[in-house]
Design a protein around this ligand. Structure first.
Ligand SMILES: *[C@@H]1O[C@H](CO)[C@@H](O)[C@H](O)[C@H]1NC(C)=O
Ligand SMILES: *[C@@H]1O[C@H](CO)[C@@H](O)[C@H](O)[C@H]1NC(C)=O
Ligand SMILES: *[C@@H]1O[C@H](CO)[C@@H](O)[C@H](O)[C@H]1NC(C)=O
Ligand SMILES: *[C@@H]1O[C@H](CO)[C@@H](O)[C@H](O)[C@H]1NC(C)=O
Ligand SMILES: *[C@@H]1O[C@H](CO)[C@@H](O)[C@H](O)[C@H]1NC(C)=O
Ligand SMILES: *[C@@H]1O[C@H](CO)[C@@H](O)[C@H](O)[C@H]1NC(C)=O
Ligand SMILES: *[C@@H]1O[C@H](CO)[C@@H](O)[C@H](O)[C@H]1NC(C)=O
Ligand SMILES: *[C@@H]1O[C@H](CO)[C@@H](O)[C@H](O)[C@H]1NC(C)=O
Ligand SMILES: *[C@@H]1O[C@H](CO)[C@@H](O)[C@H](O)[C@H]1NC(C)=O
Ligand SMILES: *[C@@H]1O[C@H](CO)[C@@H](O)[C@H](O)[C@H]1NC(C)=O
Ligand SMILES: *[C@@H]1O[C@H](CO)[C@@H](O)[C@H](O)[C@H]1NC(C)=O
Length: 842
């Protein structure tokens, strides 16, 4: 275009000037998206896709001097690079150019001297007239026939570290093409790094993250017809994304598509973590999902036949019928040697014991037959002495298909809900005798007896330990504060080495051990006047430390069963959680049986102090409330996934949302649930939480998961928009139950009247639809079935982007004898079977 314009303009100087101006403007305003045959793109020029989403050109990464050819989002700054051509061959000067070579049918990146830095594979061009175009999907395509014919090459087939919607991740078996991700070496260096993420086709296909191409870091489990076995939170077709998995004779891949074109999303392998980001202005790239994310996700954390459960303490246990290979190492929390069978299999007399709601073990050596039923699968496994376990291969539309394992079961993770059922072969004597009550009872008795013995032993050990420790503290009392870190290092097993390595903060954590005198003095010896409040885990006092620093001291109730080591471990862990929407832990105090946590002090008390009070309520207008809702969502999202420890709060409520001087919300009391230890046996677990905020499955069955927190969050959102307190728990009485009331209004299409009129008065249309969106999200979060509730990433997205689609909520979780729509509501009130599996799994 430029060339023809110039030629025509040679006629008259005035016209030339005019045309040059036009050329100048047109080339800046609408850059081309195409390179034609035999022409090139020089350093300094760029291609821009038709709707101006993506841009291709030369760039220099921050902290680098080299030039690379790449693709980035046109309007996002700083540039987010999604693809790099010459990763392995950086160019030093700015004389590079990308040429479409007609004879070879390929793209060639060379510098002025003709040195080639990168080129696409040669292809067969029929007309000698290929052209390269940058599409709005971010795909850079070389096509025959002037850009309209057969695709000769495309960047989507050669991903760097990023998957874009529409890209295939995996294998094209006909051509042998394997599309996989490789990390950048560092943020300033796109050369291939240590981590790759690939689909492993051996056995039953699974996605892996590898270190150095040889050691597995994370495995997402086989596709079970609905989702990856290791990711029960995954929504394969939610309102914004749709996930595709293909496994047939020609293709093995997965890909993602976006329903509404407006949502920008990318999936990036960021060192050892796979992350999906969504673009949410004004916040920018927001983390939507990431893996691995908790202590059970590192590959084979509990070894062969070990089962990992983040809600158990310790997290590793052996599958029923197995015991630790090295009991000593298990005590030291090193479970990598795994478990061994108690009784040898005898082949003919063996049976199967189900492990429910788990991530299926590594399927690298497993075999699959999608054509048979689960019953046939069991028979097939029973008949073959080398079969060690089986499961259904497709759980959508009822269980069907068959996966058979004949090598040790590795990398099993237990979920609170979702996941798959695995049937493990055991010798007859290791199977629980069916219907033999007396045997069960005596077994139960034995467990109780051994537990009490253990408890006694534990208490004894604790007293000895406590005595020793008190002495030690006294010795050190000359200094006012003693940094705990050194003395902790050898006591506390490091739970998650990767986190320390990654953040590099491990050694600089500012956890302070306060001595009892300091605390007692600062709180006027725990005077009534210093009391700020009382929570599920203890009483909070205001304290003044020397130097004028004000702190909040939480004196934990004495019913914690944790030992000293475990307590310290947890405090360390909580101290690592740092986020603007979490209250910061400054330190702790241990004195005899007393345990205290010292937090930063929040000037504006807590959210309930404002929203449930008529006068103070007016101080929080809608924009402020919306910011508070977003802040809480951000904090909770961090606890659930970003922090990589997966902390479930378990007692989220208005009273636990503190407000700082500028009314920024900060979640408090997170991680305290961990300090009280988790007993996964649902019968003995203490249900801690607050009436009105507890999800049905938690209140009734003691089953908690991130989705119980989501429920509490939903209640909180409805309270914030309406300034009303949810008093009744699971009743349908609209006077007391905010949930029933909100649900009724929503179904009548009258949700706006839930809003506190004084609060939204003066708000424009946009702000009102924001408030309406909050009601909808609140109702989605309090849905009866945990599976239906969105996870926090989706919540955050629906709140942050009104153009993102939000589904219609279903019935909230509360019990009702007079169900309004005739649906039977008993399911929410009865044991739903999940608890049983928790017991079986251990
Ligand atoms: C491109 O260049 C090759 C030789 O370099 C030539 O044969 C071919 O005709 C050219 N194509 C066009 C469309 O000019
Ligand atoms: C295309 O590549 C061939 C060799 O493959 C080379 O001889 C030719 O000069 C190249 N053409 C252009 C226009 O760069
Ligand atoms: C090009 O075509 C020839 C003959 O059809 C074939 O043998 C060759 O493999 C093709 N090359 C590529 C790169 O497709
Ligand atoms: C990566 O693997 C190669 C062998 O495949 C080995 O020589 C090298 O030491 C490994 N690097 C690291 C960092 O483990
Ligand atoms: C996926 O979700 C979209 C939007 O909710 C819906 O229109 C579509 O029918 C769903 N597709 C499948 C296969 O469930
Ligand atoms: C495999 O699936 C892909 C995508 O659905 C399809 O294009 C291809 O034809 C399928 N191949 C076979 C052999 O069914
Ligand atoms: C990698 O992760 C870190 C922290 O999780 C984040 O700050 C950074 O932006 C990520 N890099 C990319 C390329 O997304
Ligand atoms: C296996 O167990 C069955 C039933 O318990 C028994 O009848 C059989 O003799 C055993 N076989 C072997 C080889 O031990
Ligand atoms: C698969 O089998 C091979 C060879 O027997 C073995 O080395 C490997 O550890 C097995 N992998 C798994 C995950 O079972
Ligand atoms: C039993 O299973 C093993 C491993 O899956 C397989 O190699 C063998 O052929 C099976 N035997 C029979 C009789 O099916
Ligand atoms: C799983 O089962 C459902 C229902 O029978 C079926 O529609 C689907 O195609 C199956 N998926 C696979 C991967 O076989």
């Amino acid at each position: 275009m430029v060339v023809t314009a110039m030629a025509a303009a040679a006629v008259r100087p005035l016209a030339l000037l005019l045309l040059l101006l036009i050329v100048f403007f047109s080339s800046t305003a609408s850059a081309s998206d195409t390179i034609l045959v035999n022409s090139s793109l020089a350093d300094g020029q760029t291609l821009v896709s038709a709707s101006e989403v993506f841009e291709l050109g030369f760039f220099t990464p921050p902290t680098s001097t080299a030039r690379f050819l790449g693709i980035w989002y046109k309007d996002i700054s700083p540039a987010t690079v999604v693809w790099v051509a010459n990763r392995e061959a950086p160019m030093s000067g700015t004389t590079g150019s990308l040429t479409v070579n007609g004879t070879g049918g390929r793209l060639v990146l060379a510098d002025r001297s003709g040195r080639v830095f990168w080129s696409s594979a040669p292809s067969n061009v029929s007309g000698g007239n290929p052209a390269a175009r940058l599409l709005d999907s971010g795909n850079f395509v070389l096509q025959d026939g002037g850009g309209a014919g057969e695709v000769l090459w495309q960047s989507f087939d050669y991903p760097s570290d990023t998957l874009l919607p529409g890209m295939k991740f995996g294998w094209d078996l006909a051509s042998g093409l394997d599309r996989y991700l490789t990390t950048w070496s560092s943020p300033g260096d796109p050369s291939p790094g240590d981590y790759t993420s690939k689909i492993d086709r051996r056995g039953v296909p699974e996605g892996f993250i590898w270190f150095n191409g040889t050691s597995p870091v994370y495995r997402d489990g086989p596709w079970n017809g609905q989702q990856f076995s290791g990711e029960p939170d995954m929504e394969p077709n939610n309102t914004n994304f749709r996930f595709h998995f293909v496994d047939n004779r020609t293709d093995v891949y997965y890909s993602l598509s976006v329903h509404s074109g407006g949502v920008l999303s990318r999936f990036v392998l960021n060192q050892s973590i796979a992350q999906r980001y969504v673009w949410l202005p004004p916040a920018g790239w927001s983390l939507y999902w990431s893996m691995p994310r908790d202590q059970c996700d590192p590959y084979a954390h509990c070894g062969a036949y070990g089962v990992c459960d983040t809600s158990a303490s310790p997290i590793c246990s052996c599958a029923a019928g197995f015991s630790p290979v090295s009991p000593q190492n298990w005590e030291l929390m090193d479970s990598s040697a795994g478990c061994a069978r108690r009784t040898r299999l005898n082949c003919t007399g063996d049976g199967f014991l189900p492990l429910r709601s788990v991530k299926l073990p590594d399927t690298t050596n497993a075999t699959m037959d999608a054509t048979i039923s689960v019953d046939q699968c069991r028979q097939r496994c029973q008949a073959n002495c080398s079969c060690l376990a089986y499961s259904a291969s497709n759980i959508s539309g009822g269980d069907s298909g068959c996966i058979i394992w004949s090598s040790p079961l590795i990398d099993i993770k237990k979920f609170a809900y979702g996941g798959d059922d695995l049937y493990v072969r055991l010798a007859a004597s290791d199977l629980p005798a069916n219907g033999d009550d007396s045997r069960k009872k005596s077994a139960a008795l034995a467990v109780v007896l051994s537990l009490s013995v253990l408890l006694l032993l534990g208490l004894g050990a604790f007293f000895v330990w406590a005595k020793f420790f008190r002495k030690k503290v006294r010795l050190d009392e000359s200094g006012q504060r003693i940094t705990l870190f050194d003395s902790w290092n050898h006591l506390a097993p490091v739970r998650d080495r990767t986190v320390e390595d990654e953040t590099g903060q491990g050694k600089e954590l500012n956890v302070t051990l306060f001595d009892m005198n300091t605390i007692a003095f600062s709180t006027d010896n725990f005077a009534k006047s210093a009391k700020l409040g009382e929570g599920g885990f203890g009483t909070v006092y205001k304290g003044e430390l020397g130097g004028g620093q004000t702190v909040a001291v939480k004196r934990l109730s004495k019913y914690s069963t944790q030992g000293l080591d475990e307590f310290k471990n947890e405090v360390m862990l909580i101290a690592k959680l740092q986020h603007v929407n979490l209250v910061r832990l400054l330190g702790c105090c241990i004195h005899g049986e007393e345990r205290m946590l010292v937090y930063e002090y929040m000037e504006n008390k807590s959210l309930d102090y404002f929203i449930f009070d008529k006068a103070r309520s007016a101080q929080l207008d809608w924009p402020k409330r919306f910011d508070i809702i977003l802040g809480i969502a951000r904090g909770l999202l961090y606890l659930h996934q970003d922090s990589r420890f997966k902390v479930i709060h378990r007692d989220l409520k208005a009273g636990n949302i503190l407000l700082d001087r500028d009314m920024n919300p900060k979640i408090s009391d997170f991680g305290v649930a961990r300090i009280f230890g988790d007993d996964t046996d649902s019968h003995t677990r203490k249900v801690v939480g607050t009436y009105g905020y507890m999800s049905p499955e938690y209140a009734m069955d003691g089953v908690f998961s991130v989705k119980s927190d989501v429920f509490s969050f939903g209640v909180l959102v409805l309270e914030i928009v309406s300034s009303r307190k949810n008093r009744g728990m699971y009743s349908s009485d609209e006077q007391t139950s905010l949930l029933s009331y909100a649900w009724k209004l929503w179904r009548e299409g009258n949700a706006l009247s839930l809003l506190d009129e004084a609060v939204v008065a003066g708000c424009g249309e946009y702000r009102r639809s924001e408030a309406l969106r909050c009601v909808q999200v609140g109702l989605l979060c309090v849905q009866e079935r945990p599976e239906d509730r969105p996870h926090m990433a989706a919540v955050f997205m629906m709140l942050g982007n009104l153009s993102a689609v939000a589904p219609q909520p279903r019935h909230p979780g509360f019990c009702s004898s007079t169900s309004t729509d005739g649906e039977p509501m008993t399911s929410a009130c009865t044991v739903n079977g999940v608890t049983v599996t928790v017991v079986e799994g251990r």
